[in-house]
Design a protein around this ligand. Structure first.
Ligand code: UDP
Ligand code: MG
Length: 210
């Protein structure tokens, strides 16, 4: 853990070494986990205690679709099928939301979902995440939670859920493997009650809280 943060600090000072006005890059934590693993719930807790801005890319996409923008229909069709929306679209929404927040600490929830998303973010922003928070949860438990919750989401039905699980295994697990090889993944057992999971989450954020 400490090493991930040190590595990021080193990267920032190296990049800033040749410019006169050194602008610190924002701190980014990617929050990953299957659908229903509790990312949104725990992000709300982290925001309350640690002052991050929570950006759920799924929420940004749903808001964009509802706004009736030109990409709206495409987003709606793709999310219903659990497919990954092209990263030009998500990156535009994400970068706009980051700018508008005025903050410099972000929890980016549900992104990057595949290797292409990851490369688009890193090349587009020049930001390396300090670490990846991974909510590890068995499929049966996630399925139960998704079918119980009622958020009016068009993709919380059994057919869409199964497709989302498949995309998570095929496309998102490789992103986790990429960061794991860099020692950046903090894995949390997410199949526990919310408060218990948050106790584990706190132990990860507390040492980095400055
Ligand atoms: N989505 C996407 N790119 C992203 C994030 C989300 O294409 O970077 C789409 C994808 O179709 C996904 C849906 O939005 O299934 C819902 O995402 P969200 O993160 O809200 O769902 P979760 O998996 O957390 O339940
Ligand atoms: Mg979510």
């Amino acid at each position: 853990m400490g090493t991930a943060v040190e590595a990021s600090n080193q990267l920032n000072s190296f990049e800033g070494a040749n410019v006169s006005s050194v602008e610190e890059k924002p701190t980014v934590v990617f929050v990953l986990g299957g659908p229903g693993s509790g990312k949104g719930t725990q992000c709300t807790n982290i925001v309350r205690q640690f002052g991050y801005t929570h950006l759920s890319v799924g929420d940004l996409l749903r808001a964009e679709a509802e706004s009736g923008s030109e990409n709206g229909t495409m987003i709606e069709n793709m999310t219903k099928e659990g497919q990954i929306v092209p990263s030009e679209v998500t990156m535009t929404l994400l970068q706009r939301a980051m700018k508008q927040s005025g903050n410099d600490k972000f929890l980016i929830d549900g992104f990057p979902r595949n290797e292409e998303n990851r490369a688009a973010f890193e090349h587009g922003t020049g930001i390396e995440p300090v670490f990846i928070l991974f909510f590890d949860c068995p499929e049966e438990e996630m399925e139960k939670r998704l079918l119980c919750r009622n958020q009016g989401r068009k993709d919380d039905n059994i057919a869409s859920i199964r497709k989302r699980f498949k995309v998570f295994l095929e496309s998102s697990l490789p992103v986790l493997a990429y960061y794991d090889a860099k020692g950046k993944v903090c894995k949390i057992d997410a199949a526990r009650p919310v408060e218990e999971v948050f106790e584990s989450v706190k132990t990860i954020f507390e040492p980095n809280y400055v």
